[in-house]
Design a binder for this molecule. Structure first.
Ligand SMILES: [Zn+2]
Length: 349
């Protein structure tokens, strides 16, 4: 008798951009049997159509892991653009009213046809190729996550990662160079108003969609708590997955050593390796314009309070002037930075 196909298990990191999902995914990847896949919703477009780099610094098609995964897929590379378009069409189609209806029903009953088959095949191939018990997908987008939770052969644990909306908005305004052979030179930036609006809707949706669903596990984690005690945060996620705790590789000066991953898309920090110092990210408290700070606070109240963030902060920690991830980024290929396109806008100094 043929053996039943094992179910694929996914840790889906939900939330909004600039919330630390790349860092959390890399930390989880330290556990045995856990594979950090990056933002899987971008595999086709960024990884294959645009030819961007994997976290291991090889192009996705040349990466030993992803090339093996792609070989297992029936569609093949030629189909990448069409599959990306189909996935985006389905995600776009899941607009707010329909997602809220799903939340009311506590599950989605809509079939998404080819997009479901495409995602199922990808996750199965990824689990087979890596042998991982859990795949960490840090795609964050609620509509994509809802699609993920409708796959019949996939178990999902949702980790809802929340960061202070003011810190996220401040991070969205930074100029950060993309080192992964992207067609554009700089990471996307958002205005404070747009960042706050996305923060409000995506975080509200994540709770509405998954917090009370009986058929999947949901864990809410604050980025600030992750930074304060990464070991406890990682252990909590692994416990929710039924996996044993893992000792994070600490250095003698309290930093955590992280190796390269095969994360396929996400924050440029996924291309870094080395020691990460975890420190309070307080730069926004003294460098963010007062008007923007209050705009974000006003737009995201009362969800800010719901997640335990104070509306007012004293500007008393100027020495914490860097963001959390002090990754020593050493590209193997020194030409990485030379691929930047000169037509892009020059950031303010
Ligand atoms: Zn790779």
């Amino acid at each position: 008798m043929a053996q039943a196909q094992p179910r694929v298990r996914v840790v889906f990191i939900a939330g909004t951009g600039r919330s630390g999902s790349t860092l959390l995914a890399r930390l989880l990847g330290q556990a045995d049997g856990v594979f950090t896949a990056g933002e899987l919703r971008y595999l086709w477009r960024r990884g294959i159509v645009e030819g961007r780099l994997c976290g291991c610094h090889a192009s996705v098609c040349a990466c030993p892991v992803w090339s093996g995964v792609l070989d297992r897929l029936p569609a093949g590379l030629e189909e990448a653009a069409r599959l990306d378009a189909e996935l985006r069409r389905v995600i776009r189609g899941r607009r707010l009213p329909l997602l809220l209806l799903d939340a009311a029903r506590r599950r989605s009953r809509r079939s998404s046809g080819e997009a479901q088959r495409e995602l199922s095949a990808l996750l199965t191939a990824l689990a087979d190729e890596t042998g991982a018990r859990w795949i960490v997908d840090s795609s964050k987008l609620p509509a994509y996550g809802q699609l993920l939770t409708t796959l019949p052969d996939v178990d999902v644990v949702v980790v809802h990662l929340v960061r202070d909306a003011r810190a996220a908005a401040f991070s969205w305004q930074r100029w950060r160079e993309l080192p992964d052979d992207a067609p554009q030179r700089w990471m996307q930036r958002q205005s404070a108003a747009k960042s706050a609006s996305l923060w409000l809707f995506w975080n509200a949706l994540a709770e509405l969609l998954w917090r009370r669903r009986p058929d999947l596990a949901y864990l809410r984690l604050r980025y600030e708590d992750l930074i304060a005690d990464p070991q406890a945060a990682v252990d909590a996620v692994l416990a929710r997955c039924g996996e044993p705790a893992v000792g994070l590789p600490l250095t003698s000066d309290g930093r955590i050593l992280l190796p390269l991953t095969h994360a396929v898309a996400g924050n440029p920090d996924r291309l870094g390796a080395g020691a990460i110092r975890f420190a309070t990210d307080a730069e926004w408290q003294h460098s963010m314009r007062r008007r923007q700070r209050w705009l974000v606070s006003a737009l995201t109240f009362p969800l800010l309070r719901h997640h335990g963030y104070a509306l007012r902060h004293r500007r008393d920690h100027p020495r914490h002037s860097r963001e959390h991830q002090h990754v020593r980024f050493r590209p193997r290929n020194r030409s990485l930075r030379l691929h930047a396109r000169p037509r892009d806008p020059v950031p303010p100094s």
